[in-house]
Design a protein around this ligand. Structure first.
Ligand code: MTE
Ligand code: MO
Length: 395
């Protein structure tokens, strides 16, 4: 059974729409652009088939994003069924000694359980904020979420299959398909180092509950620090390769000019002269405490938000009330691990009455800093410009 999408407008939907439009996003909000997916509350709909829904900004006020509000992204309209009983995970390819076929009970029984809190962020998050506009889904700030993922280590499963030292990449597939054969099957691969990293999981739980159907039930790949394109949902096939995976989603899509995005975490077997695959999540932050009209009221609104990066660690978050002339350091909050959203807050400075804009920027321990203007690139990836929010200071 494919996902049944409920298109009914509910009270919840209307409420969420009202909240969303109140967050002051630059994205226009169509009045009917809410719909319900199984296990979800009303999210902002970008497309219905395939389902692409983003999380309204107010849900980022909690460090962990509620499962019901977690964004949903699919490339293909035909989505695998969610039957846990029949699901099997096949492991094979020329770079393993033996093929495996694992049921979910076997996966849970035979391997140690591991957990990680990590941000799952689409490479194209905030694409809709690029000026001039870039083709592709016009995401606002909500093509991301932070969750506690629980599952087994990919490294352990590969070890059971007898990974050979000739292995170069590990490829991942699921049963989703385009309605016609127009677009190629969605397959992604990882370099061996990232695949074998102890934080890379085959996850069956999200925030203490089974994965919601639209977030990959019954199992998905979790690749902490790397953008969500690698986080294959409904994972059913793992192939150990001795040569680079060459399908469209690796060789053409999700690539960026190398010179403008120097990466710490690289994927050498997929790099060409001038282009490299998107890998790590760029350092980023968001202000989350706006009033219903999308602005902050000095002294009355809280001044807080979240920051995150690829796991190198948030070093500092700063806010500016004078267009970046001077910056004030914020206080960092609870630390749920290097791949998690890190909450931050600040006290209000004394400001003469008037209208302002507050800018927020984060920097990580590797010295990467957010940028004042998003770095233009052909597919609108890795938008990490300062978040800017209007501020009112009354007399
Ligand atoms: N099976 C499958 N997995 C997939 C995709 C997909 O289209 N099919 N899209 C990827 C992309 S591009 C993103 S951004 C994330 C989104 O994860 P979510 O829907 O759980 O938020 O799933 C990834 N995994
Ligand atoms: Mo994505």
């Amino acid at each position: 059974m494919a996902l049944e999408l409920t298109r009914r407008r509910t009270m919840l939907g209307l409420l969420s729409a009202a909240l969303w439009s109140a967050t002051g996003s630059a994205i226009a909000f169509a009045r009917d652009a809410v719909a319900l997916l199984p296990g979800k509350m009303a999210l902002r709909r970008l497309t219905h088939r395939p389902p692409n829904y983003e999380t309204p900004l107010e849900y980022f006020r909690s460090t962990l994003t509620p499962n019901e509000a977690f964004f949903v992204r699919y490339h293909h309209a035909v989505i695998p069924s969610g039957s846990a009983e029949d699901h099997r995970l096949e492991i094979g390819g020329s770079a393993v000694e033996r093929s495996l076929s694992l049921s979910l009970p076997e996966l849970r029984r035979d391997f140690a359980v591991a957990e990680v809190v990590a941000v799952c962020q689409c490479s194209g998050n905030r694409r809709g904020l690029f000026e001039p506009p870039v083709a592709g889904l016009q995401w606002g700030h909500g093509a991301m979420g932070n969750a506690r993922w629980r599952g087994v280590r990919l490294a352990d499963v590969l070890a059971r299959a007898g990974l050979k030292n000739t292995a170069l990449e590990i490829a991942f597939d699921a049963a989703d398909a385009p309605p016609l054969d127009a677009t190629p099957d969605f397959i992604k691969s990882l370099p061996i180092a990232k695949a074998l990293h102890p934080d890379t999981l085959i996850a069956f739980e999200m925030n203490g509950a089974p994965l919601p159907e639209p977030n990959g039930f019954p199992v998905r790949l979790v690749v902490p620090g790397w953008t969500a394109t690698y986080w294959i949902k409904h994972l059913n096939k793992i192939t150990a390769l001795e040569s680079p995976e060459k399908n469209f989603w690796m060789s053409t899509a999700y690539r960026m000019p190398r010179s403008i995005f120097p990466l710490v975490s690289r994927f050498p077997s997929q790099e060409s002269g001038e282009r490299a695959p998107v890998t790590e999540i760029a350092v980023n932050s968001l202000i989350t405490s706006m009033e219903a009209d999308g602005a902050l009221v000095a002294g009355r609104s809280e001044l807080r938000g979240i920051a995150w990066d690829s796991g190198l660690g948030i070093d500092r978050v700063e806010v500016s009330f004078d267009q970046g002339l001077t910056w004030r350091r914020c206080e960092l909050g609870e630390n749920l691990g290097p791949y998690s959203f890190r909450p931050w807050r600040a006290d209000w400075p004394a400001l003469p009455p008037g209208q302002y804009e507050v800018w927020a920027r984060a920097a990580n321990r590797a010295g990467q800093v957010q940028v004042e203007k998003p770095i233009p690139n052909p597919s609108g990836y890795q938008h990490n410009a300062f978040h800017r929010v209007p501020v009112r200071v009354s007399a």
